[in-house]
Design a protein. Sequence first.
Length: 429
Amino acid sequence: MVRDPVGMVMRTHRECGDIARLRMLYRHVYMLYDAESLHHVLVARQENYGKGTRDYRKLSLVLGKGLLTSEGELWKRQRRIAQPAFRRKTVAALGGVIGEHADALASRWRERAAGAQPLDIARAMNALTLEVAGHTLFGIDLGGDTQAVGKALKLTLRHIDWLTMMPLPYPEYLPTRGNFQFWRAIGTLDRVVREIIDSRRGDAEYRADLLGLLMAARDPESGEQMSREQLRDEIMTMLLAGHETTANALAWTLMFYARYPQIADRVAAEVDAVVGDGTPDASHVSRLEYTHRTLLESMRLYPPAWMIARRAREADVIQGYDIPAGSFVYIAQYAVHRNPRYWPDPERYDPDRFLPERVAERPKLAYLPFAHGPRKCIGDHFAQMEAVIILATLGRALRFELLDGQRIEIEPSVTLRPRYGLRMHVTPR
């Protein structure tokens, strides 16, 4: 599991079928790979499967009690307060900002001299989505903090992965070099987020970014607003989730554009037909159907969040198998998205798998890049809108060509990123 977690879950599915029990030292771990079992855990009996796992305990060191890590009444209250900020009409207002950033990047790349050095697209997409996060979350340019925030996010994610995957518990407060760097990175993120929140709390002017929406929102049942600490936790969660996961989805999709130029050409033609000479924004997303399908298919093969962990509060039965209380239950979207029961020729990249008539043939939970049920990602519409606008802008303006001889390998951390980056030549269309 430590050496090759993705290989382990794929091998377990091949050898054991859609439900498997593993023993890891003193733990019983159940791996689920079929839509029926996933529905049981995430929807039908979701109240029995909590987040009391090492994964979420370590994530909470960074995210506090945000929507990703909180449970029970606190989670319900926070979800009620935050929900209006993520309605389709609300997030659509942010589409113009996303298009402007993507267009500016495309312009810079078009102006690069012929024969310029190849770009690491994974790194570039991280930088772009962090810029977008600064404006859509806070309504500001992070400026000099952009590089520091990006570096701190990368370091914290990698250290959380280390803390999570160790066979025996590894205290995060031991005075080791790795722990020291981890807490220093969290301090950097804390400083930036708290300074922005404090400056906005003293500002009488309302701003329609996500922070402004969260600060103005009230619980429809109690009328309460979020406290300063709650705002910090939710913004930190959105900064991590809205930056890292979207960047990975974009990088993998552009990799497929490079591998299959005919798909990239079809995307460019669709953008020309739908958008014309303008810049893609939220009003175009629903009509950029093929572009959206290229994103959905890349998230099938490389889901940004590749595994869901839960722990059974009480004993249960799944598909006839006993699940004792306290058992750990894992759902590996990476493997579910390759289950041949739902996905013929699963390793093949085919955006037309997501044509409406083909989607209707599959169980809903055969595809869950944003999880499912009550705990489904609150920002799924925003993330897809952002990604489609960026793909449409870059895909129309540029051609992508993978550099020969590079090693392309996944790094299964909290998210699923390219371990060695994705180096490409980028040229104007």
